[in-house]
Design a protein around this ligand. Structure first.
Ligand SMILES: [Zn+2]
Ligand SMILES: [Zn+2]
Length: 345
């Protein structure tokens, strides 16, 4: 089959790769029809990935059609159109079944496309462990693009907002206006935020947040504008969707007393320094982590159906998998308004 493989920094391209095989009775094989490039895939692209492996297939967001199921698969049927969860659980323990995949009792929470451990979704065919649990039928009334945004980006934005404990009437800051940050802007309004201050260096991305109803701000202007709008109290909550030290510090600086900062970006320095005096005086709450994707599907499907969330509107490019190298290049350079990149088989 064809698949995008990681060969080294800035070297991801479409190559021939072994077809995936059923390795466990509960596995399913899905033929990818659409897949996405996530912001975290760029960390791999930059050579700052999650393992030293080379030559593995990348990507963790896909929708497609079931082509084969193992003997232990009960619900999934060949021919069914499904969306995959980027968070892969054992699907058998009580924590997985309750939706808390990050707390999988068998410690089997994993993600596609980070190493050879579980090959990625930017491929013609994907092996899905515990196929009954780690996929869902594409919900009635949703488009394939909407379903694709449910495989990782929208649940991650929503999980981040929940981590920031948004309350109706809050002033909310969103730092970083990539696809997930912009979904965070829309989600914060759906949760009842009175004002969303959307912060990014890129004017083009600020314009999109402005169109969603946010107060769009360059980082240099954000402290003054937010202080004035809140009579010096600053925001109640912040969602940080980049993961860089500088942007985490911006998020912390823009919340006030008892401020809640929720980080969903992947930090690359791994040595972030928190000013404990500031944190102490503010009474700062700080949360960080990855999302149990399946847990948020019921509420997010309803919100998309109800017209409250439109995650597909951040898709700017659709390219064939064979042009995956170009898709990564454009996304990395933020060229031609590149925001959410989607690839087709
Ligand atoms: Zn992701
Ligand atoms: Zn489990």
């Amino acid at each position: 089959m064809k698949a995008l493989l990681y060969r080294g920094p800035r070297d991801i391209a479409c190559e021939t790769f072994d077809d995936p095989k059923i390795a466990d009775d509960r596995d399913a094989i899905v033929r990818m029809t659409r897949c996405g490039i996530c912001g975290s895939d760029l960390h791999i692209y930059h050579g700052q990935g999650f393992s030293p492996d080379l030559g593995f297939c990348v990507g963790h967001e896909a929708v497609g059609e079931v082509v084969e199921v193992g003997k232990g698969v009960r619900r999934l049927k060949v021919g069914e159109k499904v969306m995959l969860s980027a968070a892969v659980g054992c699907g058998a323990c009580e924590r997985c079944l309750a939706g808390d995949i990050v707390q999988c009792r068998n410690n089997l929470m994993q993600c596609y496309g980070l190493s050879h451990r579980l090959e990625g979704c930017q491929a013609e065919f994907i092996r899905v462990p515990a196929g009954d649990f780690n996929t869902a039928p594409i919900p009635d009334g949703l488009t394939a693009d909407q379903a694709l945004m449910l495989t990782d980006n929208l649940p991650t934005a929503w999980f981040g907002l929940k981590g920031a404990r948004i309350e109706p009437g809050d002033n909310v800051v969103v730092v970083g206006l990539g696809p997930i940050g912009l979904m965070g802007v829309e989600g914060a309004f759906a949760m009842g935020a009175a004002t969303v201050f959307a912060v990014d260096l890129v004017a083009e991305r600020r314009a999109i947040a402005h169109a969603l109803g946010a107060v769009a701000l360059h980082p240099d202007d954000a402290p003054g504008v937010i202080a004035e709008a809140t009579q010096g109290r600053m925001a109640e909550a912040a969602l940080e969707a980049v993961g860089a030290d500088a942007t985490i510090n911006i998020a912390i600086s823009l919340v006030g007393r008892q401020g809640r900062v929720s980080v969903i970006g992947v930090n690359q320095t791994r040595k972030f320094e928190l000013d404990m005096a500031v944190a102490f005086m503010k009474g700062l709450s700080f949360t960080i982590g990855t999302c149990s994707v399946q847990r948020y599907w019921p509420e997010l499907i309803s919100l998309i159906r109800g017209g409250r969330l439109h995650p597909e509107r951040f898709i700017t490019h659709v390219l064939p998998l064979s042009e995956g190298d170009k898709a990564y290049r454009l996304f990395d350079a933020r060229e031609k308004g590149a925001l959410k990149m989607v690839m087709t088989a």
